[in-house]
Design a protein around this ligand. Structure first.
Ligand SMILES: [Zn+2]
Length: 231
């Protein structure tokens, strides 16, 4: 193989791996920037951030990297690291970006990978972000950085993580708040629990759809509602 072909093949492998392991293709932030983020978070009002989250921040085992991500503001990796968008590098100490980082820390610290990949896990993290944002910006509501979707945020905050109907509603609200967000890629409950739910009802279409949606989401395809709304 000539050099050009080897390079192209290398890039393809890298791109493929990068979809599952962002650390392969991300730009890792300098330790100086990570340090500033950690210091800023450590300086927050201690009364608002739970001990386990604070302890995680202080241990600072996580790393932050930038990665283009059209469908979400930030992300977590299976290695317990955090990704933000390159455009957010200009304001990484802003309340908005810090709230995204805390959202991801919440996923990593409090949830298993299965829970993170469910609407239940997302609802918990969005509600946490809603609760934490006023601590970052003098009591302001997070809707100020999401096109003032205050009503949607407030409704989202009141939804129950233990109701399928509420988790369905959460999908629609999240998309209203952040158009392009891939809420339909995720099962309502952690994957195996969701499969169990459909199997118990003999709903094999539901099983297949849940699997297909997760795969489509991983490939970056946009997914619309294809399951009927709960009765
Ligand atoms: Zn999330």
């Amino acid at each position: 193989m000539d050099e050009q072909k080897t390079k192209t093949a290398d890039r393809k492998v890298k791109d493929f791996l990068g979809r599952f392991i962002p650390e392969v293709t991300w730009n890792k932030l300098s330790s100086d920037i990570c340090e500033q983020v950690i210091e800023k978070l450590k300086g927050l009002d201690r009364t608002g951030i739970e001990d386990d989250i604070m302890a995680f921040i202080e241990k600072k085992k996580y790393k932050i990297g930038t990665l283009s991500q059209a469908n979400s503001g930030a992300g977590w990796t299976v290695f317990g690291n955090i990704t933000i968008r390159p455009e957010n590098l200009n304001d990484y100490l802003s309340p908005y970006v810090l709230s995204l980082i805390l959202h991801e820390i919440f996923h990593i610290k409090r949830q298993t990978v299965h829970t993170r990949l469910s609407m239940q896990g997302e609802l918990d993290a969005w509600q946490y972000q809603y609760r934490i944002y006023p601590l970052l910006n003098h009591g302001h509501e997070i809707s100020e950085v999401y096109g003032r979707k205050s009503q949607q945020w407030q409704e989202l905050f009141r939804l129950s993580r233990n109701s399928r109907e509420d988790l369905e509603r959460a999908r629609d609200l999240m998309i209203e708040i952040a158009p392009g967000y891939r809420a339909y890629a995720l099962p309502l409950y952690p994957f195996l629990q969701e499969i169990g739910y459909f199997l118990k009802r003999g709903d094999f279409k539901g099983v297949i759809e849940a699997m297909q949606n997760l795969a489509k989401g991983a490939r970056g395809e946009k997914i619309e509602r294809n399951t009927p709304r709960p009765a």
